[in-house]
Design a protein around this ligand. Structure first.
Ligand code: NDP
Length: 486
C-alpha cells in the first residue's frame, strides 16, 4: 500500500467525511444520495464467503522445500531432479469438524495441506496429521462427516451420532484408535507429523511408475495435549494453535519437517498382501522403508489472513509432470471435489488469486467468467488449434498408461480388505502410559452412548486386540460374555 494518508471510495475518489452520514437537517433522515454509506454497508454485508464444510478452522504460513536427496530415478519432475533445489511453498493446517470459530485444541484429525510453487506448476498435497482415514470409499464420506457435525434437530455435536457411524463402519477403527490416542490432540501445529495418507504415484523419463506415500516428520518432535490440558486451553484461547504458529514464525523459530517417502514399484501393487490403495491402511515400514527427500521449513506468516489463508485453494489434482494420482477411491473423488468446492466458495477465478497462482507462466484457453481480474489471456487467440502461435500440448509430458483390470461394477470395499490388524498393531506399539490415555479418552465419550452402540463397537476393539477390547469393556462395566454379543 502506498503512503497516501487519505481515504478513498472503492473507485479511488477521496472521502471528505467518514464519521457523518448525509441527512436532511441535523435531526432528519439519511439521504439516498449518500453513496459512501451505501458502498460501506453493501461491502460489509458481503465480507464472508462460505466457510469450508470440512477443515473450516485453519492457520497458514509460507516457506520452502529444500531437496536433500534427489528422486530422479523415480520421477521426471524437475523439483526432485537434483539435491539443493529449493521450492517456495504455502501450508495450511486445520481441524476437520469444527466451524471457523471453534477451539483449536479439539480432539480431531488435523489437515496438513501443502502447495508447492514448482517451475512446472503447482504441486498440492492435501494430507492430514494421520497416516490413514476413517473410510476407504468416498461414497461414505458425506455420511461420515454428517455424523461428526451437528445433529440436524438440536444443532448439537453428538457422541451417539459419531459412534453410531463408527460402530457400523469397522474400517474406521485404525483411524479411531489414532484419534483417541495421545496424538489425537497435538500440542501445537509445529509438533505433529503430516502424511499424504493416500497413495500417489511418481513416473520417470523411461515411463516407469512407482506408487508413493509421503511423510512429513516434525523436527520439533511429537508433543501432545491431554483432554484436561486441551479443555483448559480452549477455555482461555480458542486460537491457541494459530497463535502459536504465528508467534513462533514471528520470533524466527521456524518449524521444520523432514520429508520422506515410501516407494512401491508399480507391479508390486498387484501382489502386495495389503491393498495398496486402501486409505485405512499404512504400508508397514518393514515392507517399504521410508527414504529421505528433503526438509520443509515455514518462514513467513501470512500478510493478510483472509487473502492468503481463507482463500487458499488446494487441489490434489495439481501435479507437475512426473507425479500422478492412484486408484485410491477417496483420492479419485477428491480430484473432482476440491476444485468444485473452490468454485462454489470463492469463484471461478480462484486459481489466479495471489496465494494460489503458480509462479510459472499459465497458458490456458479459459476466458472470461465472473470477477476476472487478471489480463484474461490478453488479446491473444482464445481457441486451439490455431494458426497464430497459441500455446499447444506437449506430448513429452504424457503420463504412462495405467493397465486396468476388471469390469465396471460397484465392488464391495470389504472384499480383499480387513479392518482390524493395523489398529491392533498400533495399540500394541503404544507404551503403557499411551494405552492408559487411549482407554481413558475412549471411555470419556463411549460411556455417553447407548449400550447397543457400545456393544457393536466393543466387538471391533476386541478383534483388533483382545486386551484392547477387554480394557474398554471393563471400563464400561460390560462383562466378557455380554461384550461377545456385540
Ligand atoms: P513400525 O514399528 O515400523 O512403525 C511404527 C510407526 O508408528 C513409527 O515409525 C511411528 O511413525 C508411528 N508411531 C510410533 N508410536 C506411535 C504412537 N504412539 N501413535 C501413533 N503412531 C506411532 O511399524 P509399522 O510400519 O508396521 O506400523 C505399525 C503401526 O504403526 C501401523 O499399524 C500404524 O498404526 C502405525 N503407523 C505406521 C506408519 C507407517 O507409515 N508404517 C506411520 C504412522 C503410524 P512416525 O514416525 O510416522 O510417527
Amino acid at each position: 500500500m502506498d503512503h497516501c494518508p487519505y481515504q478513498t471510495t472503492a473507485a479511488g475518489n477521496p472521502v471528505a467525511d467518514n464519521q457523518n452520514t448525509q441527512t436532511a437537517g441535523a435531526r432528519g433522515p439519511a439521504l439516498l444520495q449518500d453513496y459512501q454509506l451505501m458502498e460501506k454497508m453493501a461491502h460489509f454485508n458481503r465480507e464472508r464467503v462460505p466457510e469450508r464444510v470440512v477443515h473450516a478452522k485453519g492457520a497458514g504460513a509460507f516457506g520452502n522445500l529444500l531437496i536433500t536427496h534427489d528422486l530422479a530415478r523415480y520421477t521426471r519432475a524437475k523439483l526432485f531432479a537434483k539435491v539443493g533445489n529449493c521450492c517456495p511453498m504455502f501450508a495450511r493446517f486445520s481441524t476437520v469438524a469444527g466451524e471457523m470459530g471453534s477451539a483449536d485444541t479439539a480432539r480431531d484429525p488435523r489437515g496438513f495441506a501443502l502447495k508447492f510453487y514448482t517451475e512446472e506448476g503447482n504441486w498440492d498435497l492435501v494430507g492430514n496429521n494421520t497416516p490413514v482415514f476413517f473410510v476407504r470409499d468416498a461414497l461414505k464420506f458425506s455420511d461420515f462427516i454428517h455424523s461428526q457435525k451437528r445433529d440436524p434437530a438440536t444443532g448439537l455435536r453428538d457422541n451417539t451420532m459419531q459412534w453410531d457411524f463408527w460402530s457400523h463402519s469397522p474400517e474406521s477403527l485404525h483411524q479411531v484408535t489414532t484419534l483417541f490416542s495421545d496424538r489425537g490432540i497435538p500440542a501445537t501445529l509445529r509438533h505433529m507429523n503430516g502424511y499424504s495418507s493416500h497413495t500417489y504415484s511418481l513416473w520417470n523419463e523411461a515411463g516407469e511408475r512407482f506408487w508413493v506415500k509421503w511423510h512429513f516428520k516434525t523436527l520439533q518432535g511429537i508433543q501432545t495435549l491431554t483432554n484436561a490440558q486441551a479443555a483448559t486451553i480452549a477455555g482461555t484461547d480458542l486460537d491457541y494453535h494459530r497463535r502459536d504458529l504465528h508467534d513462533a514464525i514471528a520470533r524466527g523459530d521456524f518449524p521444520q519437517w523432514r520429508v520422506q517417502i515410501q516407494i512401491m514399484p508399480e507391479r508390486e501393487a498387484l501382489s502386495y498382501a495389503i491393498h495398496p490403495f486402501d486409505l485405512t491402511k499404512v504400508w508397514p515400514h518393514v515392507d517399504y522403508p521410508v527414504m529421505d527427500v528433503g526438509v520443509m521449513t515455514l518462514t513467513q506468516n501470512p500478510r493478510n489472513y483472509f487473502a492468503e489463508v481463507e482463500q487458499a485453494a488446494f487441489e490434489p489434482g495439481n501435479m507437475p509432470p512426473g507425479m500422478g494420482a492412484s486408484p485410491d477411491k477417496v483420492l479419485q473423488a477428491r480430484l473432482l471435489s476440491y476444485p468444485d468446492a473452490h468454485r462454489h466458495r470463492i469463484g471461478i477465478q480462484y486459481a489466479a488469486l495471489p496465494v494460489n497462482r503458480p509462479h510459472c507462466p499459465v497458458k490456458t484457453y479459459h476466458r472470461d467468467g465472473a470477477s476476472r481480474f487478471d489480463g484474461n489471456g490478453e488479446g491473444n487467440v482464445n481457441y486451439e488449434p490455431n494458426s497464430f502461435d497459441g500455446p499447444v500440448q506437449d506430448p513429452r509430458v504424457r503420463e504412462p498408461a495405467l493397465a486396468l483390470q476388471g469390469d465396471a461394477d460397484r465392488y464391495d470395499h470389504r472384499l480383499g480388505n480387513e479392518d482390524y490388524s493395523q489398529a491392533g498393531a498400533l495399540y500394541r506399539l503404544m507404551s503403557p502410559a499411551q494405552k492408559d490415555q487411549l482407554i481413558a479418552n475412549l471411555l470419556a465419550v463411549l460411556q455417553t452412548v447407548p449400550r447397543a452402540i457400545q456393544l457393536r463397537q466393543l466387538a471391533q476393539f476386541g478383534q483388533a486386540d483382545a486386551g484392547y477390547g477387554a480394557r474398554v469393556a471393563a471400563g464400561l462395566g460390560i462383562s466378557a460374555g455380554e461384550a461377545a454379543l456385540g
